[in-house]
Design a protein. Structure first.
Length: 356
């Protein structure tokens, strides 16, 4: 089906919903985005685009495709590369060898080489440089993607309307709005919208805490992934860091310490990394990360005809590839074999048998 004349409502204006709406609109669909305005995970995201972190072979393939999709989109992204020494000893060697065997762009560097790349950072004895990785400023990139799109903010979707086996639109406090397709990309609010339609989407409790410092002169050009924390600097000079070490694999159910104390602790690590920089934290943000129960992304058609959903952690890495795959599905465009292989492990159907 061509996009022309297809009315699509996307629920959620975070980076996933924005990317899907952007792709659908470019394909000619009539898209309206609804966002309840309660905030979400995007504003508290780190923004690191990478495939050096992955859960299995399928996940690595999807994340690698995610990097390629961002490059093909031409959206402003900082391809800064990453310097990583999260793992140590034999684990460091295993990570290097595994990614090398997969054909990933990885280079081991020593302390002298590190110092030439990042002269303001206390250099480790060795690190891995991932040249293909970068950063998409979560809020700025989302705003860029949303330009020219129709967004309704502050209006909550109360339910998804159906007739027979087909979606017909959405219900709001102000009444019914018709649509041919509905895409649920509402983060942790998604299960509540899907449950009345007998679509199960179990999520884990995975809060994240993001710290932002005051602005300082430019002192960092790469993303840093250290044993203590991950760190990056944006173009305005702000330093950003999740307060959990190895936060992409963080399994914390709830912060055991108040966010401001977590920020204090993270700042101790920042100062150790950047001994010449005098800076303190200015803002700390707590957000619920939308992570499906098996920790893998969940996206695709579900429930009645015309209903789709997309919920995942690492939304910044996966936004562009998810939008590419979802737009084709929403508009009934056949997927290529490669696209089908990327999508198949992440269908929501995997949760339905367990829920029945």
């Amino acid at each position: 089906m061509e996009g022309k004349h297809v009315r699509v409502i996307v629920i959620g204006a975070g980076i996933i919903g924005a990317a899907i709406a952007h792709k659908l609109s470019r394909a000619g669909a009539d898209v309206v985005i609804f966002d309840a305005g309660h905030g979400g995970a995007t504003a508290a995201s780190f923004g690191w685009i990478n495939a050096s972190f992955y859960l299995d072979d399928h996940h690595f393939a999807l994340r690698t495709a995610g990097i390629e999709a961002w490059r093909s989109w031409g959206i402003p992204v900082s391809w800064s590369a990453c310097l990583c020494w999260e793992a140590e000893g034999s684990a460091f060697d295993a990570q290097r060898d595994d990614l090398t065997a997969r054909g990933y762009a990885v280079e081991e560097i020593d302390a002298d080489r590190f110092a030439t790349l990042e002269p303001h950072v206390a250099a480790p004895a060795r690190a891995l440089r991932f040249a293909s990785e970068g950063v998409a400023d979560p809020v700025g990139t989302t705003q860029h993607i949303l330009r020219g799109l129709k967004v309704v903010r502050g209006v909550a979707i109360e339910g998804i309307a159906t007739q027979g086996d087909n979606v017909t639109g959405v219900q709001t406090a102000n009444g019914f709005i018709a649509a041919d397709r509905v895409v649920v990309a509402a983060g942790t609010a998604s299960p509540e919208l899907l449950e009345p339609l007998d679509v199960a989407l179990p999520l884990l409790d995975r809060p994240g805490v993001m710290m932002r410092t005051a602005a300082v002169p430019q002192c960092l050009s790469h993303v840093l992934a250290t044993p203590e924390l991950e760190l990056r600097q944006d173009k305005a000079g702000y330093l950003w860091a999740p307060t959990a070490a190895q936060h992409q694999g963080d399994a914390t159910h709830s912060p055991e310490t108040h966010p401001n104390l977590l920020a204090d602790r993270a700042m101790d690590h920042v100062r150790a990394l950047l001994p010449e920089i005098d800076v303190g934290w200015e803002q700390v943000m707590l957000a619920a990360r939308p992570m499906p129960q098996d920790e893998r992304p969940a996206f695709g058609p579900c429930g009645p005809d015309g209903l789709f959903a997309a919920v995942m952690h690492s939304g910044v890495t996966l936004a562009a590839i998810t939008a590419d795959l979802m737009a084709a599905q929403v508009l009934d465009t056949p997927l290529s074999n490669a696209q089908a292989d990327l999508s198949a492990p992440y269908a929501l159907a995997r949760f339905q048998s367990a829920a029945s």
